[in-house]
Design a protein around this ligand. Structure first.
Ligand SMILES: [Zn+2]
Length: 466
């Protein structure tokens, strides 16, 4: 039987190895993988001789909000995802009231405006929302919930709400009952320390990136990380730590796992590749490179790379935040920057081409692991028969300098002006070519909300055994 598309000549990258093989795609799924001669004829043939083919990235950490209407943001930012080889985004949603009042409308916008596939995490701020966690899981299939342990004072420009330990403690009781995709996620920055240190730094007149990092140094994250691990241990609740920046997290997670606990770490491209003393960032204007937690130094970075190599850090998320700079001064700028379009070339350039991690590790931490952890595997996260035909073709030799014409984004990148290699040439989502040679081809509304795969009860929750 004829298939729709044949992707031939590529080197397929999986967490377990690299093989030269062709992929046959029909009705949006991978129907066969093998020697080109052994595969059926296809209506369209994509030749990617000499290029690497990775499973489409599953970005576990995306914020889609900010100052523009969701109808615009969902379309523009998922176009950015397609450019970056990201075929599924796990996006955070928050609500000032019950999610039953706000989320159904957002779900409808997601259904009609996105270009890539999606699933959701909720940001929880009140005890009322905590009480509703089981119902959110039942109604919406949402099983991962993020809590800000600190770092955002009342009146902060983004409107984030810090929770106390009691709320977290109660939430963990609810979340641990949600099955293998239930995750308590914690933003680790201690509230009182960040407030105190911020006033000290401001009083000294500090107003640059280095001063910002001094106002929220490594130990404010380390303290909250240890407290979160301790609470999760008391409550026997699986813990997922987004955007890890500190080296000690690697050993803390290792120690917890040896004791049989479930602690999963995520880091981000900017913590792997940028430091607080970066002169290029400083020269680009106030607030560029400002992010929470803050950028650190090369010693922390070396530990993060080791964590990835040894499997203690399981995922890499972009922490994409589509916000424009307001020009009102360093401390007034909101933290965060766009990252979807650049996450893969950053990790390939700084990680693979510098010999710090392998291509197989990229497939593992940027596709396979996030898909498994959040219930999307094997539909997502794999180049295998039966999986959705989500893939990205990359050219490790092609270099381009990060800028708006490459990322096609109006929102600033922290990597502006940096030459990177390994840009996606083609991105396919469920068999449809959604990006090719600089052009986004998908239409808003072609992305889907991915249903979670029923967990395999025989396998338990042994996420860190590869
Ligand atoms: Zn966070």
């Amino acid at each position: 039987m004829q298939v729709d598309t044949l992707i031939k000549g590529g080197r397929l990258v999986t967490p377990h190895g690299i093989v030269d093989a062709a992929i046959a795609v029909r009705d949006g799924r991978i129907t066969a993988i093998g020697d080109e001669d052994s595969l059926p004829a296809a209506a369209e043939v994509i030749d990617c001789a000499g290029k690497y083919v990775l499973p489409g990235l599953v970005d576990p950490h995306v914020h889609l909000g900010g100052g523009r209407p969701l109808t615009e943001i969902f379309a523009s930012e998922t176009a950015s995802a397609a450019i970056g080889g990201v075929t599924t985004v796990l996006q955070y949603r928050r609500s000032g009231t019950s999610f039953f009042e706000t989320f159904p409308a957002e779900l409808e916008v997601a259904r009609t405006r996105m270009l890539v596939d999606t699933q959701f995490h909720f940001i929880i701020a009140t005890m009322e929302q905590v009480e509703e966690i089981p119902k959110y899981a039942e109604e919406f299939g949402v099983t991962s919930f993020k809590f800000y342990m600190g770092g955002y004072e009342p009146g902060n420009p983004i409107g984030l709400v810090t929770v106390n330990d009691a709320l977290l403690y109660v939430a963990m009781e609810r979340i641990r009952e949600l099955g293998p995709y239930g995750w308590c996620m914690v933003h680790c920055e201690d509230d009182s320390l960040v407030s105190h240190l911020t006033s000290c730094v401001k009083a000294r007149g500090g107003n640059d990136l280095a001063a910002y990092t001094e106002s929220r140094p490594d130990f404010v994250e380390e303290q909250d990380l240890l407290r979160a691990i301790w609470l999760a241990d008391l409550q026997n609740c699986p813990l997922y730590v987004p955007h890890t920046t500190v080296g000690m997290a690697v050993d803390a997670a290792a120690e917890s796992r040896r004791k049989g606990r479930t602690v999963v770490l995520e880091t981000c491209p900017h913590y792997l590749a940028l430091t607080a003393d970066d002169e290029r960032l400083a020269a680009q204007g106030p607030g560029v490179g400002k992010v929470a937690p803050a950028l650190r130094d090369t010693e922390h970075q070396a530990e993060l790379w080791r964590g990835l190599r040894e499997g203690w850090i399981s995922t890499i998320g972009s922490d994409h935040v589509p916000i424009a700079k307001n020009g009102r001064g360093f401390w007034e700028e909101a933290p965060g920057f766009a990252g979807l379009a650049t996450m893969l070339p950053v990790v390939l350039t700084e990680g693979v081409l510098r010999g710090r991690i392998t291509l197989e590790k990229v497939a593992e931490t940027m596709s396979y692991n996030p898909a498994r952890l959040f219930g999307l595997y094997p539909r997502k996260g794999a180049l295998q028969v039966g999986s959705d035909a989500d893939l990205v073709v990359i050219d490790l030799d092609r270099e381009a300098v990060v800028g708006p014409e490459v990322t096609q984004s109006e929102f600033p990148s922290a990597f502006e002006g940096i030459p990177l290699r390994g840009w996606p040439e083609l991105t396919m989502r469920r068999g449809e070519v959604i990006y090719r040679d600089g052009e986004v081809l998908a239409q808003p509304g072609s992305g889907r909300i991915v249903e979670k795969v029923a967990p395999d009860s025989t396998k338990g929750r042994n996420w860190h055994a590869a």
